[in-house]
Design a protein around this ligand. Structure first.
Ligand SMILES: Nc1ncnc2c1ncn2[C@@H]1O[C@H](COP(=O)(O)OP(=O)(O)O)[C@@H](O)[C@H]1O
Ligand SMILES: [Mg+2]
Length: 441
């Protein structure tokens, strides 16, 4: 029996093992409870808090002694080397303080091995979350990836590589917060570009590790591009629900994109996947920052201005497009520039355009029908409408369901067809009603 028994304690009873969470090549992960006391002026409260404990245990080498506690076969230099690395990585991790990185509380030796204690995330891995939903809507996949980018960019800023990024190593709390976990392969680099420990880079996980990870030759640079490949591969899994193809397949055949197209993933996101998973490291994004800003282009690309005039002489509509974009956009109402930060970037803008347009059309029609046609009406951004729509989409349990309620399958479809068609149809209808009303007078 390899695992510690449930009910076992560590650190003189401070931690009590209550459940088993997982086992990998380097360790066994447990759910444990610890008691914390809260002291008030008048009294003391004792509460039990969940923590996660990871035990160093190399499944191919170590065994548990017959007492079910001590770890044996720890003398080989290989095991010693990895145990030292396990401890050092935990210590390095404990120096990181980021909302999307699980916090390490302490590291200690016991039972002839090493343990580290970290905060417990009450939820499930992003991988389990994907499995439960088949695949994730693009907006949600991008949102998760953005949180991972934030954590990764912070880690890279501290010259640490994760080297085993994948949805199984991302936890999603019940509230939807994302945490990076499992730093078993993580590597700290010194300022001079040398890795802190001499152990070779771990192989990572097939599909997520780029082709060069298995025999990476240190060249004095900090190889962020290893994590960037895995970041793209993780996004691929989120969007398709399928394991990303092995890096040698990507090298020979290119990234298979048919399913992505079929699922209506935007061209920009597909381009981001292709670039981050490029077989040649120089062809990838070189920093997490450039990866994450490329993800956001999707929204900026669609930025466009249109002013609708009600022409006094003809009493008709005239559309004046002031296209300020490179890509030909498929929607045509100004919702203002999305701010460079914040939730607005996370939303499918096609719908915002569509919904805002309906509001604006009703507004214009109301003005027409109530005889208020003296002044040309300039349609500009209606912040409260945008906020309301943002709210609806943010709070939507299932963006796909919202899409289908709106009668479209994908964001792209909405952008490309529905919006323009519906807008034209509604405009024509309103104008006809207006003309009829004029004639009747
Ligand atoms: N901080 C945590 N909070 C909650 N569950 C965790 C946490 N860390 C790990 N787990 C659970 O334990 C499993 C294995 O942990 P992980 O650190 O990925 O180790 P390994 O992959 O080496 O087995 C994870 O898939 C997750 O379900
Ligand atoms: Mg893991």
């Amino acid at each position: 029996m390899e695992r510690l028994n449930l009910g076992s304690t560590l650190q003189g009873g401070k931690y009590r093992i209550v459940d088993f969470l997982g086992q990998g090549s380097f360790g066994i992960t447990y759910l444990a409870k610890t008691r914390v006391s809260v002291n008030g002026q008048l009294g003391k409260l004792e509460v039990s808090v969940n923590v996660t404990i990871k035990e160093f245990f190399m499944s191919d080498f170590n065994v548990r002694s017959s007492d079910g506690v001590n770890v044996e076969r720890t003398d080989s230099s290989l095991v010693k080397n990895y145990r030292q690395k396990f401890r050092r990585e935990a210590e390095n991790l404990s120096k990181l303080d980021h909302p999307n990185i699980v916090k390490v509380l302490e590291v200690f030796d016991e039972n002839n091995t090493t343990y580290y204690v970290m905060e417990y995330v009450d939820g499930c891995s992003v991988d389990d979350y994907i499995v439960s939903r088949g695949h994730l809507p693009e907006s949600e996949a991008l949102q998760i990836t953005r949180d991972v980018c934030s954590a990764l960019s912070y880690m890279h800023g501290h010259r640490m590589l994760h080297l085993d990024l994948k949805p199984k190593n991302m936890m999603r709390s019940k509230e939807g917060k994302i945490f990076l976990i499992d730093f078993g392969l993580a590597k700290q680099y010194l300022e001079n570009g040398e890795p802190e420990s001499s152990t070779s880079l771990g192989l990572g996980t097939p599909g997520y590790a780029p082709i060069e990870q298995s025999n990476y030759r240190q060249d004095g640079s900090f190889p962020e591009t290893l994590d960037i490949y895995a970041l793209g591969a993780s996004l691929y899994k989120m969007l398709t629900g399928q394991a990303p193809p092995d890096s040698s397949f990507v090298l020979n055949e290119g990234l298979p994109c048919a399913l992505l197209h079929q699922l209506g993933v935007s061209k920009n996101t597909i381009a981001v996947l292709e670039k981050s998973m490029a077989p040649i490291k120089k062809d990838r994004y070189q920093t997490v920052k450039s990866f994450s800003s490329a993800m956001s282009h999707r929204f900026v690309d669609k930025e466009e201005t249109i002013i609708q005039h009600v022409d006094e002489r003809s009493n008709g509509y005239e559309h004046t497009k002031e296209d300020s974009t490179v890509e030909s956009p498929s929607v045509s109402l100004d919702v203002g520039k999305p701010s460079s930060q914040g939730d607005s970037h996370r939303l499918p803008f096609g719908f915002i355009f569509w919904l805002i347009s309906i509001g604006l059309i009703l507004f214009v029609a109301f003005n027409l029908l109530s005889g208020n046609t003296k002044k040309p009406v300039e349609v500009v951004e209606e912040a409260p409408v945008e906020e309301a729509v943002a709210d609806i989409l943010l709070n939507a349990e299932d963006t796909t369901a919202v899409l289908s309620e709106l009668g479209v399958a994908t964001v792209e479809e909405a952008d490309a067809t529905i919006f323009q068609e519906k807008l034209d149809a509604i405009l024509a209808e309103k104008y006809e009603a207006y003309e009829a009303a004029q004639k009747a007078e």
